[in-house]
Design a protein around this ligand. Structure first.
Ligand code: PB1
Length: 336
């Protein structure tokens, strides 16, 4: 029986087989090398503590990193991004202990570099975990951001992390002009040719950071971060921040959070076609996906892939996700 349908109506033959389905993604497919695993480092060397708000994630002391990371490196872990969670270090108005020689992330950089020389070490650069007020910058007498002092301090911390051996510094503070000063600081230290600068360029004042703040003890002691993180409705500001950071020397451009901001990821890939585009599936997104699976709304693996493949389709080539350990297994298992 000859079909009466128009030839142009027939699509299903093109994706009837798992392999032809895999060919349908015009953008690149998720690989292990695209995954960057956010990990929490405390100043208790023997620490291994569950983070209630982030299922499956823990805080780790430097002396426990070998047992924690060895199996993941064996499965193909390519990069980590370190967040310091100082329990014992004194917190002060300028975050002095963000870059003291014994601050957890500096000790962790050296430890990981010696244990796993092939793993790329990125470090988040911010003051909120180290300041007595819990804000991401230095405040003035009125309790507002002192932009000049904040940028100077953030640049100092970034260069100290690079000196300790970080191969990527990633300022999440959102202070205006910090990319320029960090890049100049890296140049002055002779490190600009070996340490990449990944800017959290389009980082929004999202409600999705709660689990992280609980994990890191980094919530602001008063007020909020709406005067330095972008308003969630701000597409134009995000585009301007991306262009600004490209011009100030960023080597990678990040959008954060991810799922509610796929349009911004797409904008970033169009505004910065010659830069790797990173996106951060933040703590609240991760917890949301896990919670939905626990409620039986969907299969966890399928939803994790569907979310991250959306980021990749939007243009992301580096994915910061707490699902990294599972993806290292899931990518080996393959999919239908
Ligand atoms: O997973 C997450 O929620 C990431 C939170 C993020 C870390 N870069 C920041 C968000 C926030 O608390 O405002 C921390 C800011 N330095």
């Amino acid at each position: 029986m000859s079909s009466t349908m128009d030839i142009s109506s027939i699509l299903q033959g093109g994706y009837a087989h798992p392999l032809t389905r895999s060919w349908q993604s015009q953008s690149r497919s998720l690989t292990k090398e695209m995954l960057m695993y956010p990990i929490f480092i405390t100043d208790n060397p023997q620490e291994e503590s569950v983070i209630e708000s982030l299922p499956g994630q823990k805080r780790w002391g430097v002396d426990r990193l070998e047992e924690f990371l060895t199996p993941l490196v064996a499965k193909g872990l390519a990069s980590v991004i370190l967040f310091g969670v100082p329990f014992n270090l004194e917190k002060d108005p300028v975050g002095s202990n963000a870059s003291s020689p014994t601050t957890p992330v500096i000790l962790a950089i050296k430890k990981i570099k010696s244990l796993f020389p092939k793993v790329l070490i990125a470090v988040d650069v911010c003051l909120c975990e180290y300041t007595s007020h819990g804000h991401c910058g230095v405040l003035d007498a009125e309790g507002l951001i002192d932009q000049e002092k904040s940028v100077k301090r953030i640049a100092e911390v970034a260069v100290d992390y690079a000196k300790a051996g970080a191969q990527v510094v990633a300022p999440s503070d959102m202070m205006d002009g910090r990319i320029r000063d960090i890049k100049r600081g890296l140049m002055d230290a002779g490190l600009a040719n070996r340490c990449a600068l990944m800017s959290y360029s389009a980082k929004f004042a999202s409600c999705l950071y709660g689990p992280f703040r609980e994990a890191a003890g980094s919530a602001p002691s008063f007020g909020n971060r709406k005067c330095y993180q972008l308003p969630p409705n701000a597409r134009g500001l995000a585009r301007r921040a991306i262009v600004r950071d490209i011009n100030e020397g960023a080597d990678l451009i990040m959008v954060k959070p991810s799922l509610p901001y796929l349009d911004i990821i797409s904008s970033a890939s169009q505004l910065a076609p010659d830069h790797p585009i990173a996106c951060y599936q933040v703590s609240g997104e991760y917890a949301m996906v896990v919670a939905g699976a626990e409620k039986g709304v969907y299969d966890l693996k399928e939803m994790a892939f569907e979310s991250v493949e959306g980021f990749v389709r939007a243009g992301a080539t580096v994915i910061l996700t707490y699902f990294t350990p599972q993806f290292l297994d899931w990518l080996d298992e393959g999919r239908e």
